[in-house]
Design a protein around this ligand. Structure first.
Ligand code: AMP
Length: 411
C-alpha cells in the first residue's frame, strides 16, 4: 500500500514525501482509513510503529476539510492527551511537520513550565492542542481552554497515563468534551483498567493490534549477566571499555540511580547525559538533543522519563536494573534493533532480581542467554542483598502524615 491510497490530500502527501517516508507502516495502514471514517478506535501499538503519524495525518485532513469555519476566533477541534512533557513536545513537532502546508494552528501545553506563555498562545486561538492531563485541567479551570468544540480526542500512551495516576484526570477531560466526539485510544499494553475506560467512554470502537508486546524481542540479541548488586557499576564500566560501542541507552529504576551512574560515567571520561522526572524541562531537552545529535553516546534514563520518546538507531540497551514489570523489559529492548537491524540488549541481574527474569522469560517465551565469562560473577547461591544502614539513629516506625505527603515520585 502507498500513502496516496489512503485518501490523504496533496499538502499532506507533500509533507510525507519530504519526511522521506516511502510507505505507510502497518499501524498507519489500519488506523488512517478508520479515523477518516470518524470511527472510535482502540489501538495496541508501541512507540516506533509510526503511531503518531497514524493519528496526526488523518486528523489534519479532517480539520482541513472542514476549514469553512471563520478564520478568526479559532476553536480547539482536536485534543491529544499524553503522559509526559517530552512526548507532548514530540507529538507537537510531528503535527507541525505533517501539517506544514496547512494553516492549521497547533500548540503544546505541559506542566513543569511557566503557564503564562502557554495562556498567551492559547488566547490567540488554535485548532489542535497537545497536552499533559494536569496542565490541561489547570488551564481549563482558569477558563483559558474550552473543550466544547472538540471533534477528535486522542489518548496516547494510555497505559502509562494509568500507571502515573492520571486515570481520573483523563475521565474528567473526556467528560468536558462534547458527547459525540471521536476517541482514538493508543496503548502499548491493554490492562483491565484501560479496557474498562474504553468500554465506558468509546462508542463501538474498532480494535487494532500491531506487533503484540511479546514479539518485540525477536530482533534483539539479548545477553544476561548475573552480578552482585554493588558490582554493577564495575561491570558496566568493564563492558563499556571492552565490548559495547555506539549509541547506548541505559535504564535505571530510580532517579537517584540515574544520577549516581551519570556521575560515575562522567568521572570515567564517558560522555553521558541523563533524563528523569526531577530534571527541569530545559535540562531534559538539552540531554535528549545531545544524545540525538550524537554529542553524547550514552543516555541514562528512568522508564517513565523515556517512554514514548522516539530515540531511534540505538545500538545497545542496558538494563542496569531489571524491571519488575515484564512488559517494561520488552519496551526497553524494543528501542534497539529497529528497522530490520539486530540490536543488542545487556541485562544486569543481581540476586534479588532473579524472579523478575523468570517472569520476563515467561512473557517473551525465550530463555535469555547468560554470559558467565566476566570479572564480577554472582555466586549462584547468593541470597538477595539487604541494604541496611548500620547504626541508624532513626527508629523504624509509622510515617507521619507530613512525611507521607513529602513522599516523592521515584521515577
Ligand atoms: P512513532 O511510533 O510515532 O514514535 O514513530 C517512530 C518513528 O517512525 C518516527 O521517527 C517517525 O518519524 C517515523 N515514521 C513514522 N511513519 C513512518 C513511515 N511511514 N515511514 C518511515 N518512518 C516513519
Amino acid at each position: 500500500m502507498q500513502f496516496r491510497d489512503l485518501q490523504l490530500n496533496k499538502p499532506i502527501l507533500k509533507a510525507i514525501t519530504e519526511s522521506n517516508y516511502q510507505n505507510p507502516t502497518e499501524v498507519q495502514e489500519q488506523v488512517i482509513p478508520l479515523v477518516l471514517e470518524k470511527k472510535d478506535i482502540i489501538v495496541s501499538a508501541q512507540t516506533g510503529t509510526g503511531k503518531t503519524a497514524a493519528f496526526a495525518l488523518p486528523i489534519l485532513k479532517l480539520l482541513f476539510d472542514k476549514q469553512d469555519a471563520p478564520k478568526k476566533g479559532k476553536k480547539i477541534r482536536s485534543l491529544i492527551i499524553c503522559p509526559t512533557r517530552e512526548l507532548a513536545i514530540q507529538i507537537n513537532e510531528s503535527f507541525k511537520t505533517y501539517g506544514k502546508y496547512y494553516n492549521l494552528k497547533t500548540t503544546v501545553v505541559y506542566g513543569g513550565a511557566s503557564i503564562e506563555p502557554q495562556k498567551e498562545v492559547l488566547k490567540k486561538g488554535i485548532d489542535i492542542l497537545i497536552a499533559t492531563p494536569g496542565r490541561l485541567l489547570d488551564l481549563h479551570k482558569q477558563d483559558v481552554v474550552h473543550l466544547d468544540f472538540i471533534e477528535t480526542l486522542v489518548l496516547d500512551e494510555a497505559d502509562l497515563m494509568l500507571d502515573m495516576g492520571f486515570i481520573d484526570d483523563i475521565k474528567k477531560i473526556e467528560r468536558l468534551c462534547p458527547v459525540n466526539k471521536q476517541i482514538l485510544l493508543f496503548s502499548a499494553t491493554m490492562p483491565l483498567k484501560i479496557q474498562q475506560l474504553a468500554k465506558s467512554s468509546l462508542n463501538d470502537p474498532v480494535k487494532i493490534e500491531v506487533s503484540p508486546v511479546s514479539s518485540a524481542a525477536k530482533s534483539v540479541d539479548s545477553v544476561l549477566y548475573y552480578v552482585p548488586k554493588p558490582k554493577k557499576i564495575e561491570l558496566c564500566l568493564h563492558l563499556l571499555r571492552n565490548n559495547i560501542k555506539g549509541s547506548i541507552l541505559i535504564f535505571r529504576r530510580t532517579k537517584f540511580g540515574v544520577d549516581k551512574l551519570e556521575k560515575t560515567l562522567l568521572n570515567n571520561n564517558y560522555y553521558a547525559v541523563s533524563i528523569h522526572g526531577d530534571k527541569t524541562q530545559i535540562a531534559r531537552e538539552e540531554a535528549l538533543n545531545k544524545f540525538k545529535n550524537k554529542e553524547a553516546n550514552i543516555l541514562i534514563a528512568t522508564d517513565v522519563a523515556s517512554r514514548g520518546i522516539d530515540i531511534s538507531n540505538l545500538d545497545v540497551v542496558i538494563n542496569f536494573d531489571i524491571p519488575n514489570i515484564p512488559e517494561t523489559y520488552v519496551h526497553r529492548i524494543g528501542r534497539t534493533g529497529r528497522a530490520g537491524e539486530i540490536g543488542n540488549a545487556y541485562s544486569f541481574c543481581s540476586a534479588d532480581e532473579k524472579n523478575y527474569i523468570i517472569e520476563i522469560q515467561k512473557l517473551i517465551n525465550t530463555v535469555i542467554s547468560v554470559e558467565d565469562d566476566h570479572p564480577y560473577p554472582l555466586d549462584p547461591k547468593a541470597k538477595p542483598e539487604v541494604h541496611k544502614k548500620k547504626g541508624s539513629k532513626y527508629k523504624k516506625g509509622r510515617k507521619s502524615a507530613a512525611a507521607k505527603k513529602k513522599k516523592k515520585r521515584w521515577y
